[in-house]
Ligand binder design. Structure first.
Ligand SMILES: [Zn+2]
Length: 641
């Protein structure tokens, strides 16, 4: 730490966009003499996934001017960083990943030197720019590469409308540096503005204010984001999009062919916002719009502020998968308002978000429904937890991760999400909602627009909840221990118990009439559970009966299709579903579906041959986040460009 740093600390804390976690700085200043669990982990606050030296000099605001060139699959332009040099350093380090840097200038066009260091597959390269202590801004002229990892360029036939190309970005965790040279660490919050030039037949949107609701003839759009955010939340999408309002502050953007269905599906959003506000304080981001992405979008959703990105695979016509929207909305508090300081603290973003998502669903649809939703996820946690414990990195089953030298993507498991939420549910169970809800609300209020380490959270938990109530809790075991502690609350679902009664009737059935399911109206989750629980002793003939009567392979619902494919492969029933699986694997790029299907296929020779054949066709339709995972599963060799 630079000697000047501490005296300047107070000034830094005054601005919301402080470079590193203020709590961590406080902790550092008083840490040495105290014997405390937090001390042992204090060094974890370093963001190993970024080269930036934002503890010396940091960006406060970005101004971007970019042209979106679909022919060359490039963004071309510049980004100007307003900077705060707190130590008077003469080097400012940015994160870049396979960007072509043309030139760098300071302030009013004053040329300066820059050096791009060694390339790392995950982190990219450090770009060291020579600055002066008095420098106020650094402007970087650059263009992206056609294969920049954050960007997916889609041909018209890969979109819902099939007429126009599409571009979207996915920044989390460390991919923003593949399209914007920046200090790409969640510890630095920035505001930004942007001007985009796109083909005039397309609409361009950003996670910002001033999103257009109609195309203009010049194809030129301008945006501002006045609320300081971490760089992983900067997002852009360009396509043939239309807008439909769903409330005063809510709306949906989608391809014209999907707009009506999407508007119907997401009609509950305003109610979700009100529920969350009543629990955790005001929604602070102004608008909440949802953008429906093409099927190749690698995630279910991404909580880009003011503009959630969502997969179209949740549009089922019956609003049965909208808990995903509750999840992305919940990030407006956990993640976007209070942000993990490093990717090792990822559970602070996702564990809280899954917990809140479930509270929103309970408030709107009742406890039975919420328990069913959580049970589906708990089943997934149990399986993945066992796999992690038996694998190369059993430590990945801890909430606090140690991912130095690895891809932060490795930490995006159900541990952060579901074990994280279970930890909070168990705490809630201990103290009761009358105390727990105000605690979570003040946690957000006290840390809003800041970043937080796990250790700072533990101090806060002890200080505000456990100690005042004279309670002890095995916090350390939950956070620094492997697996799921025995005191975890058990979430069960009565509705799933009834589903399992039907499953038991399958072996030996003469027809599916015996299940008495024809009149039954089940939710997506009940059908998923039904398929998951089909008994091992079920014969191929009985599988065919189920397929004939329920058409799982051709279900328009991707969740049910995926469950059916996985359960069928487990039963060595690959041949009858090859056609439908191939269509699915080529069309859908959501990693959550792809990963278990490919993994299951890899377990047999027939499956491996099929997976390899399909993947050659499907891979060009996947975003880098998905194909990197599947490359690994299949041992796919890619020629490095
Ligand atoms: Zn999330």
């Amino acid at each position: 730490m630079h000697p000047h740093f501490r005296t300047l600390l107070a000034a830094v804390l005054l601005v919301l966009s402080a470079c590193t976690s203020s709590d961590v700085k406080d902790l550092n200043d008083q840490a040495e003499p105290v014997e405390d669990i937090s001390i042992a982990h204090v060094n974890d606050q370093i963001d190993n996934q970024s080269y930036s030296n934002c503890e010396e000099v940091y960006s406060t605001h970005l101004s971007m001017e970019l042209t979106v060139n679909f022919d060359e699959k490039k963004l071309i332009g510049f980004v100007k960083h307003d900077i705060e040099n707190i130590t008077g350093t003469t080097t400012m380090i940015f994160d870049v990943n396979q960007l072509s840097i043309d030139k760098v200038v300071l302030d009013d066009n004053e040329p300066t030197q820059f050096v791009i260091g060694n390339y790392d597959d995950v982190k990219g390269s450090p770009m060291e720019v020579t600055v002066k202590p008095e420098t106020k801004s650094v402007t970087i002229y650059y263009s992206t590469q056609p294969n920049s990892k954050a960007l997916q360029w889609l041909a018209p036939q890969q979109t819902a409308g099939k007429k126009f190309p599409y571009l979207f970005t996915q920044g989390e965790a460390v991919l923003t540096r593949t399209w914007i040279p920046c200090q790409d660490t969640p510890q630095n919050r920035i505001t930004y503005d942007a001007t985009l030039q796109v083909p005039s037949n397309l609409l361009a949107l950003m996670a910002a204010d001033n999103n257009p609701t109609e195309k203009n003839t010049e194809g030129k759009y301008a945006y501002t984001m006045d609320i300081p955010i971490p760089t992983y939340l900067i997002a852009l999408a360009v396509g043939d999009l239309e807008f439909q309002a769903t409330g005063e502050r809510t709306g949906v953007y989608a391809s014209p062919v999907l707009l009506e269905a999407a508007t119907y599906e997401f009609a509950e959003v305003e109610e979700m916002i009100k529920v969350t506000e009543s629990l955790y304080g005001d929604y602070q981001w102004g608008r909440y719009d949802i953008l429906v992405l093409p099927t190749s979008f690698p995630y279910g959703g991404m909580e880009n502020p003011k503009l959630t990105f969502a997969t179209p695979t949740i549009i089922t016509g019956d609003r049965s998968l909208v808990s995903l929207i509750a999840h992305e909305l919940a990030h407006s508090w956990s993640g976007n308002l209070v942000t993990n300081a490093t990717w090792d603290d990822f559970w602070l973003n996702e564990g809280f978000t899954v917990y809140i998502e479930n509270r929103i669903m309970e408030a709107i649809h009742g406890k039975e429904h919420a328990d069913m939703l959580f049970s589906i996820e708990y089943e997934e946690l149990e399986i993945e937890n066992e796999e992690i414990l038996a694998g190369e990195f059993p430590g990945d089953s801890k909430l606090k991760l140690e991912l130095e030298g690895r891809d932060p993507d490795d930490g995006m498991t159900t541990i952060a999400y579901i074990k994280g939420a279970l930890f909070l549910k168990t705490l809630e169970d201990l103290v009761g909602r009358a105390k727990f809800d105000p605690f979570v609300k003040s946690y957000f209020a006290d840390h809003q627009f800041q970043t937080l380490t796990t250790e700072a959270f533990i101090l806060y938990l002890n200080d505000k909840l456990l100690t005042p109530n004279e309670l002890t809790f095995n916090t350390d075991e939950w956070i620094y221990g492997e697996g799921i502690p025995v005191n975890s609350v058990k979430i069960t679902s009565d509705r799933f118990d009834r589903v399992e009664e039907k499953d038991k009737l399958i072996p030996g059935m003469e027809s599916t009439d015996m299940l008495g399911l024809s009149q039954s109206i089940w939710s997506t989750q009940e059908w998923m559970h039904f398929v998951r629980q089909i008994p091992k002793e079920t014969t191929l003939n009985e599988f065919e009966m189920l397929e004939d009567d329920f058409s799982f392979s051709q279900s328009g619902n991707a969740e049910i299709q995926a469950e059916w494919f996985i359960r069928s492969i487990k039963q060595e029933r690959i041949d009858p579903i090859k056609k439908e699986m191939e269509e699915f694997l080529i069309r859908v790029g959501r990693r959550k579906f792809l990963e278990p299907i490919y993994e299951e296929l890899m377990k047999s020779e027939e499956g491996f041959a099929f997976a390899t054949e399909v993947y050659a066709k499907a891979r060009p339709n996947y975003h880098s986040i998905s194909y990197q995972t599947i490359d690994e599963i299949l041992g796919w060799e890619v020629e490095k460009g």
